[in-house]
Structures are given as C-alpha cells and as structure tokens.
Design a binder for this molecule. Sequence first.
Ligand code: ADP
Ligand code: MG
Length: 263
Amino acid sequence: DAPVNDAVAGPATSNISVRRGEPLVVLNEVNKHYGDLHVLNDINAVVNRGEVVVVIGPSGSGKSTFCRAINRLETIDSGSITIDGKLLPEEGKELAQLRADVGMVFQSFNLFAHKTILENVTLAPIKVRGLSRKEADKRGLEMLDRVGIANQANKMPAQLSGGQQQRVAIARSLAMQPKLILMDEPTSALDPEMITEVLDVMIGLAKDGMTMIVVTHEMGFARKAADRVIFMADGRIEEETTPEQFFTNPQSHRAQDFLSKIL
Ligand code: ADP
Ligand code: MG
C-alpha cells in the first residue's frame, strides 16, 4: 500500500471534487438525531486514500458524532456510509473487522492501566489480527519507534507523560495497520508543552500517506498537514475547502465568525 498524498489539484478555486486517490470513506446524505437535535444534517463527504482531512467547528457542531459514525460507535438514522466501497456492517464479526481497519485516537488516551506500553500496543494485533507474540512484539516495537517512544516499552502507562501516552495510543492504532485513522481532538487533553510532540507524530503520519480524519483546533497542524478542511456548524458541513482558502478567505459567516474567535 503506497497511497498518494498529493494536495488538491490545481489552484484553490478549482473544483475540489477532482482529487487524487480513490475514495476510501464516503458519507452520503447522512442524518442523525438525538431527540430533537439534528446532530448530523445531510452530511455528504468523501475522504480519499492518503488524504488528510481536518474537521473544524464550534463545540457541539457534530464533529465527534461525525467521527464516531464512521467506525459505527454511533448509528445513523438515514443515508449511508461506506468504507472501501462496503457499507458499514451492523454487528458481529464484520463490525469487529471494521473497527480493526479503522483506528481511533481519542482525547483521553484510554490505555490499559495495568498493562505495559508494549502490551498495550500488541494486545489487539494478537487477539484480532492473530499475530504471534513474537510478531506482535516486533511490530509493536517498530510502531513505538515510529512515535519516538520505543525506549519506554516496558513501563506502565502511569509512568509516562500525557504526550507520551497519546503517542502510545497512536502506536497502538498503527499496529493494527488500519486503512484509516480517526483522531478526535487528540491534543486537547494535553498540557501545552506536550502538544508539539504529538502533532509532530501526526504530521509524520500524514507525510507517510496515512489516511486521516482529524478533529482539531490546532490550526498549525491543519495548515501544515491537511489536504482539506471540513468546517462544521450545527450538524452541517458549512464549508469544505483547502486549508489555505479556509484560513485566508473563509466563505461562510459561521466560519468567519469562528475564525475571528480562535485566531
Ligand atoms: P462536537 O464534537 O462538535 O463538540 P458532538 O458530536 O459531540 O459535537 O455533539 C453534537 C451535539 O450532540 C451536541 O449538542 C451534544 O450535546 C449532542 N450529543 C452528543 N452525544 C449525545 C448523546 N449521546 N445524547 C444526546 N445528545 C448528544
Ligand atoms: Mg467533540
């Protein structure tokens, strides 16, 4: 697998639907309600192989629900979501397979507190992918190395800083060799001095061609690594464009308002 990670073709004004790479994730007319709240409102989106899509928007706009719908941590009311051309499975073995193929990194690192760093990374490859302990250790150490933390392999999570723990969470996700990684505010729970080390790992993944959907308020990351920005407000995709265009010339009032508050 050597996905292409080219930026959107042509100038910022060109049709953004002309993109390199095949569609990997496709959301078609997706709707979801929580009671009266229309939390995903006619969402249409495509993420191509090797693309990095940053999802931005005010709190409560539906960003987490968008991510969680993609690996079916949330069900949807109508519309469809496909990954690699297949509709998301409802349950059973196929759902487990989907979750194995779609990595997720959360704000809270969710490491297993009573397992070592290496065990955290090897558990799923052994259980779900059927790797031997030896194979899993080898791959696990490679992934820990990739996030710059192989020397901590035998420690317990509590012995690591927040930034290190989040890098372990990323390594754990990589060890499953996912088709796609979803990251929901991966640096929001970190002390400021630890944010850069995690963002650097994420930028490295983007450069390596990993397909990523990243919810973040880190505009530096969006500018550096994103092929596209999706701006959400009130459950809708208000704007979808290049980072360049989004930050210098946002089109919607909601985006202008949002940017004026955070920049
Ligand atoms: P964001 O990640 O952009 O902050 P979320 O997707 O978490 O937004 O939430 C969107 C809206 O849906 C919010 O108003 C939130 O309160 C509501 N919401 C999220 N999860 C639930 C739930 N399980 N039950 C009811 N309302 C929810
Ligand atoms: Mg959220």
